[in-house]
Design a protein around this ligand. Structure first.
Ligand code: NI
Length: 165
């Protein structure tokens, strides 16, 4: 396994619509393993293949007790609403308020091409939506109805430091 470089927002690769994965081969397995390692190192909750420069429909999501791989994922169902702060490893140090469904069910293939269904609420549902949008060339900054100012960020960081103290 190897760490991959995470592209940042100005990179045009992040605006491309990704192609479906059609070869369930060693190259895909290596990509997914590298993405898992890269996500863990970056302390993120989700990572999409275009963020490491691969224009293919593959995503890793940390669902708490494990990381799941979503190849060619599709949203089957969504319900409810949540409103909260969102960030992205490709948009470091910037956070914005984004409304998302509170419940999302997706279907996706694994590295072997087998289909599975996954469902999640709260942060996991938010993450499914966020990561799947990367596959169509979109960043959360397009969806945010308010991006936090530097001052608001400072206050948030201070509050978090107090929480962790
Ligand atoms: Ni992201």
């Amino acid at each position: 396994m190897a760490l991959r470089n995470i592209l940042t927002a100005e990179n045009p690769t992040l605006k491309r619509v990704c192609r479906p994965v059609t070869s369930f081969d060693d190259r895909l397995a290596t990509l997914l393993d590298d993405m898992k390692e890269t996500l863990a190192k970056a302390n993120g909750v989700g990572l999409a293949a275009p963020q490491v420069g691969i224009v293919r429909r593959a995503v890793i999501v940390d669902v708490g007790d494990q990381m799941i791989e979503l190849v060619n994922p599709k949203i089957l169902e969504s319900a409810g609403e949540q409103d909260g702060l969102e960030g992205c490893l490709s948009v470091p140090d910037h956070y914005g308020m984004v409304k998302r469904p509170n419940y999302v069910k997706v279907e996706a293939q694994d590295r072997h091409g087998d289909w599975h269904e996954y469902e999640g609420e709260g942060l996991i549902a938010r993450c499914f939506c966020h990561e799947l949008e990367h596959l169509d060339g979109h960043l959360f900054t397009e969806k945010a109805y308010h991006m936090l100012s530097d001052e608001e960020m400072d206050r948030l960081m201070e509050a978090q430091e107090e929480e962790n103290a």
